[in-house]
Design a protein around this ligand. Structure first.
Ligand SMILES: Cc1cc2nc3c(=O)[nH]c(=O)nc-3n(C[C@H](O)[C@H](O)[C@H](O)COP(=O)(O)OP(=O)(O)OC[C@H]3O[C@@H](n4cnc5c(N)ncnc54)[C@H](O)[C@@H]3O)c2cc1C
Length: 389
């Protein structure tokens, strides 16, 4: 292949969304030379209901990026309301560790803020650039990437190549990363946006074999999702709109009735489901972060929170111990992920009674609280002290 660029970087990252851009930001702020390539366009949405949990908001606050999220007119979420059978419980978001509210920014907002911050910290961030292969030395260690930016071939070397390239990670495929844990169930999730000028926090609904949620986001809209298991999604269902209404009617009949005559903003988007996994996340010259190495069912809306967490663990290990110590990152990631992965898998079966889902949600809350505690000072050495941009 002709070589348009054989520069050497400390780290090359494939993927510039929440996992890749956050990792690039943290490394660049520590003085690392970082190249980030993303095959998509800058500032675009991706399949996601984009709800951030406390851990993610905490990270954004510490990295100095929360004002940009709020400044994009992302509405603050000050409570979470659970609707189970006839019981409705509202839990206010307690102001703690600089987090006064949660947020659910559209991905075109959040991912652009992270990419801009990475660039501002000195990372070389390029969109429309695809990683198409890895370079290796004689011992098999990964030493760089090959790729292309439009029709222009690209080649670059690095001490470490990070795959932050999502669920269909090419980097994971190239290095042959094994799945170490695989979930047994997955959700079909359909969402669309509706007008909601006065949305009042997150709402999660659980009904027979189904779940739904309302997530206030930018532009005076709320993302309304409906989810069930693939087996319960009857075929043919006259398309995603009919399926969304039918599942919503089961999980949240009152909400479905209110929305029956309300027009939606844009078409429904459907995620057909994917079984969750934890993959090997590190090897000689490579690491995986975000969905590339760890995916769990979207029913617990936690992938972004974990991607930001793992970006920080990975960056800290690289900065403090060097690129050969990335195995320690995997150990920490796995330790912090197992409980949440397990309970998410149970919820994604949709085989629970009203009592059982209450128990699963309680466990989910505990797992999330443990994670948030680990991300604050006094947690198990998670923090990478960073000057804000
Ligand atoms: C339906 C659905 C709803 C969800 N809802 C929520 C939610 O409410 N809250 C939450 O926290 N999480 C949610 N998630 C999970 C969340 O979206 C993911 O965990 C998150 O997007 C992972 O971020 P990432 O950066 O690892 O990967 P991605 O967001 O998938 O980004 C990967 C990037 O890599 C790029 N890329 C891919 N291949 C290459 C290549 N070869 N070269 C260069 N670039 C490449 C892609 O263009 C892409 O931009 C949801 C997921 C789904 C499917």
């Amino acid at each position: 292949m002709s070589t348009a660029n054989t520069q050497h970087y400390d780290v090359i990252i494939a993927g510039a969304r929440c996992a890749g851009a956050a990792t690039a930001l943290l490394l660049a702020r520590q003085g690392a030379r970082v190249l980030v390539l993303d095959k998509s366009r800058y500032g675009t949405d991706t399949l996601s209901t984009h709800a951030l949990m406390r851990g993610a908001v905490l990270q954004l606050h510490r990295w100095g990026l929360l004002p940009a999220v709020a400044g994009a007119e992302t509405p603050p979420v000050r409570s979470t309301t659970f609707h189970l059978a006839d019981a409705v419980t509202t839990i206010p978001v307690k102001p703690k560790h600089g987090v006064e509210a949660l947020y659910a920014p559209r991905r075109r907002v959040l991912d652009a803020i992270l990419a801009d911050a990475a660039r501002g910290a000195g990372a070389d961030v390029r969109f429309g650039a695809t990683v198409t292969g890895l370079r290796r030395d004689r011992a098999g260690r990964v030493t760089g990437i090959t790729g292309r930016a439009g029709a222009v071939p690209l080649e670059a070397r690095a001490d470490l190549v990070i795959g932050a390239d999502g669920r269909r990670s090419a980097v994971a495929r190239y290095v042959g990363a094994r799945a170490t844990h695989v979930a047994t169930a997955s959700s079909v999730l359909i969402y669309r946006y509706v007008r909601a000028e006065a949305a009042d926090g997150y709402h999660w609904y659980y009904g027979a074999g189904s779940a739904a949620g309302v997530i206030p986001t930018n532009d005076g809209l709320a993302c309304v999702f409906a989810a069930t298991s693939a087996e319960r999604l009857r075929e043919p269902d006259r398309g995603a709109d009919a399926a969304w209404r039918r599942i919503l009617g089961r999980a949240a009949p009152g909400l479905a009735e209110r929305l029956e005559h309300q027009g939606a903003a844009g078409p429904p988007r459907m995620f057909p489901g994917l079984t969750g996994y934890l993959r090997d996340a590190a090897g000689p010259g490579w690491a995986l972060v975000g969905d590339a190495g760890y995916f769990k069912d979207p029913i617990t809306a936690h992938g972004i929170t974990d991607a930001l967490r793992d970006a920080e663990i990975l960056a800290r290990v690289i900065v403090t111990e060097g690129p050969d110590a990335v195995g320690r990152y995997q150990a920490e990631r796995d330790e912090l992920s197992r409980r949440l992965f397990r309970v998410t898998g149970r919820i994604a079966t949709f085989d629970w009674t009203a009592d059982e889902i209450g128990g699963h949600l309680f466990e989910l809350g505990e797992a999330m609280a443990e994670e948030a505690a680990a991300m604050t000072a006094g947690g198990p050495g998670l923090r990478l002290e960073l000057a804000s941009a």
